[in-house]
Design a protein around this ligand. Structure first.
Ligand code: ADP
Length: 196
């Protein structure tokens, strides 16, 4: 079925993991701006070189770069029937750009899932990920900064989507499969059905 969804929540809440699982269950692509930026870093593209300093510092990449990237990605044929955004939008300007893109295509978001996790929990998870995956931005000082950036720039978006009646809040603490089930039932309650 077609579903246009986004996952929002602090770094370390498990958005990437859940996005992969939901994307398979729904048959829509999971689109992670963080993953796309990391691919550009690895390939040392022009965009990667521009984004690197922001990412290493745990700051948001400038909106203009990010919005162009998402516009391109959402214009790919596989996203025409639906998508699951992870890590975008992160700022009010990104919400504006996404709204504009969807309006141009005569469509709109179906639901926004907030994955709720306490800062202490996410700091611990990201410390572990730093050891497992060696992501430079999982260094503890950078993680704390990413949490601040989230609180200042991204958390306010939750209210915007709540006002639109799109928000489903889901507890992100627990087993991975358990959290997926919570998300699936929150979405089912909004008429977004899983065939699997
Ligand atoms: P997390 O959610 O764990 O912080 P992500 O993989 O989503 O990790 O993002 C990693 C980094 O990529 C961010 O700190 C930021 O520098 C950059 N980034 C990802 N998505 C966006 C976005 N929508 N806007 C600006 N920068 C972004």
């Amino acid at each position: 079925m077609s579903a246009r969804l986004l996952l929002i929540g602090p770094p370390g809440a498990g958005k990437g993991t859940q996005a992969q699982r939901l994307s398979e269950a729904l048959g829509v692509p999971a689109i992670s701006t963080g993953d796309i930026f990391r691919m550009h870093l690895r390939n040392e593209t022009e965009l990667g070189l521009k984004a690197k300093a922001f990412m290493d510092a745990g700051d948001n990449v400038p909106d203009s770069l990010t919005n162009d990237l998402v516009r391109d990605r959402l214009s790919q044929p596989d996203a025409a029937a639906g998508f699951l955004l992870d890590g975008y939008p992160r700022t009010t300007d990104q919400v504006r750009a996404l709204d504009e893109f969807l309006a141009e295509h005569g469509t709109s978001m179906d639901a926004v899932v907030e994955l709720v996790a306490e800062p202490d929990v996410v700091v611990e998870r990201l410390k572990k990920r730093a050891l497992d995956q060696g992501r430079a931005d999982d260094d503890e000082a950078v993680v704390r900064h990413r949490l601040d950036v989230y609180a200042q720039q991204t958390a306010p978006l939750i209210g915007v989507y709540a006002e639109r009646g799109l928000l489903a809040k889901v507890d992100g603490i627990g087993e991975i499969a358990e959290v997926t089930e919570r998300i699936e039932s929150a979405l089912a309650a909004r008429g977004i059905l899983f065939t699997a």
